[in-house]
Design a binder for this molecule. Structure first.
Ligand SMILES: [Cu+2]
Length: 305
C-alpha cells in the first residue's frame, strides 16, 4: 500500500496525537467529576450526576467516569483516524488507489483490541450488577405503588401504615413550590421518610400501567410493573431531601408524579413515625385519594399477589 506511515518521524507524531487524546479524556473526566449537583435534585447547568449518597450510587458514578475515559479515547481515536485518512489518502494526494484487500495483522489487532476493551469494561460492570442485587438484611421495608399519576407507600412493619404522595399543585392545578423551598414539579405533599445509614428494602409495583421508581442520588431506578413486585434497596448515608421522577412513560401526567424521600437521623425518624402513624392511621386502602374504587381494588390486588 502506498503512502503508509513512513519512518520514526510519523510514528512520533502518532504517539503525540495519542498523548493529546489521553489528556483530553482526562480533562473531560475531571470536568465530570467536579460538576456533581448537590442537594438531591437537579440544578441548572448540571453536567454530571447528582451527588451520590449511597455506596451503590458512588459505584455507578465511578463506573460512569471510567466509561467516559474509554469512550472519549475511542471517539477521538476514530475521529483522528478519519481525519488522517481524509488528509493522507484523498484523490489528489493519492491518484492511484491501493488494491490491498487484506492485512492479517491489522485484522487481528482490530478484533483483539475491542475484545480486550469489552473484557476491561465487563469486570466493573458485573461487580456493580452483583452489588446492586446483593440484598443486605433489611432494617426497614417500604412498599411503593405507582398509580396514574401519583405514588402510594406502605410501611408494612409499622402496622401497614400507608399514604399517598402527590405533586403539590395550586387551585388551577398548576405545579407549585413546596412550603419549605421544595422545587416545583418535584415538591410533594407527603414525603417518604427513612432513617440515615439503614438498609431500606423497597417493594415496588404498580396498579395500572408501568411506572418507574427512582431517586438518582440513591442509585435506584426500578420499573414498577402491575402484577409484579420488584425488590430494590438503598442505604443512604447523608441526611437530606432527595427527589426523583417517574421514569417510565405512563400517560398524561407522567411528568407530574415526583418521588420525594427525606433521610433523617434515627431520632427524627422515630418522631416522624410516631406522628405519621396517627396521621396516616386509616382503614382506607391504597389509592384512597384518587376516589376511584377500582384503582384502589387493583392496588390491593397487586399487594396480595
Ligand atoms: Cu408513572
Amino acid at each position: 500500500m502506498r503512502n503508509r506511515l513512513k519512518g520514526g518521524q510519523q510514528n512520533s507524531a502518532v504517539f503525540k496525537g495519542i498523548g493529546s487524546i489521553l489528556a483530553t479524556a482526562l480533562f473531560s473526566v475531571l470536568l465530570v467529576g467536579v460538576t456533581h449537583a448537590e442537594g438531591g435534585q437537579p440544578v441548572p447547568w448540571q453536567i454530571g450526576f447528582q451527588e451520590p449518597v449511597t455506596a451503590i450510587a458512588r459505584q455507578i458514578d465511578s463506573f460512569h467516569d471510567f466509561l467516559m475515559i474509554i469512550i472519549t479515547v475511542i471517539s477521538l481515536f476514530v475521529m483522528g483516524l478519519l481525519a488522517y485518512i481524509i488528509w493522507k489518502f484523498n484523490e489528489k494526494a493519492n491518484p492511484v488507489p491501493s488494491k490491498t484487500t487484506h492485512n492479517t495483522s491489522i485484522e487481528v489487532i482490530w478484533t483483539i483490541i475491542p475484545i480486550l476493551i469489552l473484557l476491561v469494561i465487563c469486570i466493573p460492570s458485573f461487580r456493580l450488577l452483583f452489588a446492586q442485587y446483593t440484598f443486605p438484611k433489611a432494617d426497614l421495608v417500604i412498599k411503593a405503588t405507582g398509580n396514574q399519576w401519583y405514588w402510594s407507600y406502605e410501611y408494612p412493619d409499622q402496622g401497614g401504615m400507608s399514604f399517598d404522595q402527590l405533586m403539590l399543585r395550586d387551585d388551577d392545578d398548576k405545579p407549585i413550590d413546596g412550603p419549605n423551598g421544595e422545587p416545583k414539579v418535584l415538591a410533594v405533599d407527603n414525603f417518604v421518610v427513612v432513617p440515615v445509614n439503614k438498609n431500606v428494602e423497597l417493594l415496588i409495583t404498580a396498579s395500572d400501567v408501568i411506572h418507574n421508581w427512582t431517586i438518582p442520588a440513591f442509585g435506584v431506578k426500578v420499573d414498577a410493573v402491575p402484577g409484579r413486585v420488584v425488590r430494590a434497596w438503598f442505604n443512604a448515608d447523608k441526611i437530606g431531601t432527595y427527589y426523583g421522577q417517574c421514569s417510565e412513560l405512563c400517560g398524561k401526567d407522567h411528568a407530574y408524579m415526583p418521588i420525594g424521600v427525606k433521610v433523617m437521623s434515627e431520632a427524627d425518624y422515630g418522631a416522624w413515625l410516631a406522628k405519621a402513624k396517627k396521621e396516616y392511621a386509616s382503614s382506607e386502602p391504597v389509592g384512597k385519594k384518587s376516589g376511584d374504587a377500582q384503582l384502589a381494588a387493583s392496588a390491593n390486588a397487586s399487594t396480595n399477589r
